[in-house]
Design a protein around this ligand. Structure first.
Ligand SMILES: Cc1cc2nc3c(=O)[nH]c(=O)nc-3n(C[C@H](O)[C@H](O)[C@H](O)COP(=O)(O)OP(=O)(O)OC[C@H]3O[C@@H](n4cnc5c(N)ncnc54)[C@H](O)[C@@H]3O)c2cc1C
Ligand SMILES: NC(=O)c1ccc[n+]([C@@H]2O[C@H](COP(=O)([O-])OP(=O)(O)OC[C@H]3O[C@@H](n4cnc5c(N)ncnc54)[C@H](O)[C@@H]3O)[C@@H](O)[C@H]2O)c1
Length: 472
């Protein structure tokens, strides 16, 4: 058995692990990185990247079907699903080198393509190598949760991992789960020509502001998607090409393919966490605000830590643990400033509190301001008028922003910055946004906060009257 002593051992080369390894090695630490499957983890291979690439293919088909309002005749596109999957693979291949073993070895990281398993508090075995590290970061991510629905083990079903191997367009795709995975893949497939039925046990897009989620769901239904809410899948039966899902309340759905998208389970099994004294539950590894586990020399970041499960969150965790591990500085994570976006058309994005959360936390002090996309000149020019921004303000500072509309995921950045830095609404209102851009909706939402204070105030009118009397 080969033995290695190192400053830092990272288990898992996904979004979180790669960020820690790259940052630490470039700042002078000796780093070993373990990965037993694909470099880049879920995001590159089975998650963000392929899903956004397939969404782009669907969007292209949608644009072709809907050109007439611009004077460009509608055409029914010839869709080659296998070629769309080739596009997905090309996108992955283009991004892949950034996450590759070669790049990380070039940076000075020792990359071992083996599964890591703790054999002691600071010792991990990976194949024929035993690594002892001063600090260890667990970044093993998550896997699709497959619920114990009777019959599911007997029918062929897809998850976010196997979906990418499918080369033939599903005739009728049933999707169990109306969360971000289900809804994004539903719209992509609908636009590529599948019939799609989403079977959601509770509310679709249930983690988002219901007023804004409804805008997305209405659009999808208009496009022809069936979204059944309150339909808890309870039984599955059938054979390849003919699958039936029964809901608890008796509703029955039939389709050719089935995608299961009901959440994630943290990758905690077979890691030897007991040997390391690292506590965990089904939700994930227990961590404190600095991402330390119950073993103070071991950290857990990203999806396996069981908090918000996004690539940018894994990256944020990475920055926090680097600060703690490399410089011994106190560093804590917060959640209030973390945005997320669902890349449907229109997009849906959120940062901070939703309106309901703000009212619960701040009562009457929470004020809500809206601005609709149909009053934005760029949105009008481009026919992207479906949408709105909603900002919740407490004592002159934003505590939450929700945006539904074109490029919502990009537009939310301003509010993520504002909330992270406790900025005032006056700073957003004072920003000069180029005209005509969708970004003006952010400034106009801030303007909505000031309009009544400026234009409906007797005091302001009195002051202006007085100044005008004396101004030479
Ligand atoms: C369909 C889908 C779409 C998504 N879209 C988005 C999006 O648009 N935006 C966004 O922010 N997030 C998105 N996500 C979430 C995002 O993919 C995850 O939050 C992110 O990948 C988490 O990064 P991670 O480093 O924690 O885990 P991962 O990226 O999963 O990496 C973990 C790595 O650890 C390896 N590993 C596990 N156990 C071991 C072991 N014992 N030894 C060695 N290696 C091990 C795994 O093989 C894997 O490579 C999406 C997820 C899915 C499923
Ligand atoms: N755009 C993005 O950033 C993006 C995209 C995809 C995924 N993700 C990440 O991946 C995570 C997982 O996504 P997800 O959509 O799988 O999970 P999710 O937990 O967000 O949604 C799962 C949905 O399935 C429903 N459900 C559960 N059991 C059911 C049953 N038996 N019958 C019917 N419905 C049932 C739940 O009510 C819920 O609405 C997300 O929370 C997010 O962190 C992010």
């Amino acid at each position: 058995m080969e033995t290695i002593k190192t400053d830092l051992l990272v288990i898992g080369a996904g979004s979180g692990g790669l960020s820690v390894a790259a940052g630490a090695v470039q700042m002078g630490a000796k780093v070993v990185l373990l990965e037993d499957h694909k470099m880049g983890g879920d995001c590159l291979n089975y998650g963000c990247v392929p899903s956004k690439a397939l969404i782009a293919a669907g969007k292209q088909a949608h644009v072709m079907r809907n050109g007439a309002k611009f004077g460009v005749a509608n055409v029914e596109p010839q869709i080659d699903y296998a070629a769309a999957k080739d596009h997905v693979n090309n996108v992955i291949a283009t991004i892949e080198p950034v996450d590759s073993q070669e790049r990380f070895e070039g940076l000075g990281v020792t990359v071992i393509r083996e599964r890591g398993r703790f054999t002691g508090p600071t010792t991990v075995q990976a194949g024929n190598t035993e690594i002892t590290a001063r600090r260890i970061v667990i970044a093993t991510g998550s896997a699709p949760f497959v619920p114990p629905i009777p019959g599911l083990d007997k029918v062929p079903y897809l998850t976010n991992e196997s979906l990418w191997d499918l080369r033939e367009l599903p005739k009728h795709l049933l999707i169990i789960g109306g969360g971000p995975i289900g809804i994004e893949m539903a719209q992509a497939h609908l636009r590529l020509g599948s019939k799609v039925t989403v079977i959601e046990g509770d509310k679709a897009m249930g983690k988002d502001d219901p007023e804004l989620a409804a805008v997305v769901l209405d659009r999808m239904r208009e496009e022809g998607m069936v979204i059944e809410e309150g339909a808890h899948a309870d039984e599955v039966s059938g054979i390849a090409g003919d699958i039936t899902v029964k809901a608890k309340d008796g509703r029955v759905f039939n389709g050719s393919h089935l995608l299961v998208a009901v959440g994630r389970s943290a990758n905690v099994s077979d890691l030897g966490l007991e040997q390391a004294g690292v506590e965990y539950s089904r939700r994930g590894i227990d961590v404190d605000a600095s991402m330390k586990t119950s073993n103070k020399k071991v950290y857990a970041i990203g999806d396996v830590a069981g908090q918000l499960q996004f690539t940018h969150v894994a990256g944020y965790h990475a920055g926090v643990v680097i600060r703690s591990i490399l410089f011994g500085l106190p560093a804590k994570t917060k959640q209030a400033h973390i945005p997320w976006a669902t890349y449907t058309d229109p997009e849906l994005a959120q940062v901070g509190l939703t309106e309901a959360q703000a009212r619960e936390e701040h009562g009457d002090k929470a004020e809500v301001y809206r601005f609709p996309f149909h009053e934005n000149d760029r949105a009008i020019a481009e026919g992207k008028t479906t949408g709105l921004i909603k900002v919740t303000v407490v004592k002159g500072r934003p505590v939450g922003a929700s945006i539904v509309g074109a490029s919502a995921g990009d537009l939310i950045g301003v509010w993520a910055l504002a909330i992270a830095n406790n900025m005032k609404m006056s700073q957003i209102a004072g920003m000069v946004a180029p005209y005509p851009t969708l970004g003006e909706v952010n400034k106009r939402a801030a303007g909505a906060y000031f309009s009544p204070r400026l234009f409906e105030s007797d005091m302001v009118k009195k002051v202006v009257g007085l100044v005008q009397r004396f101004l030479p």
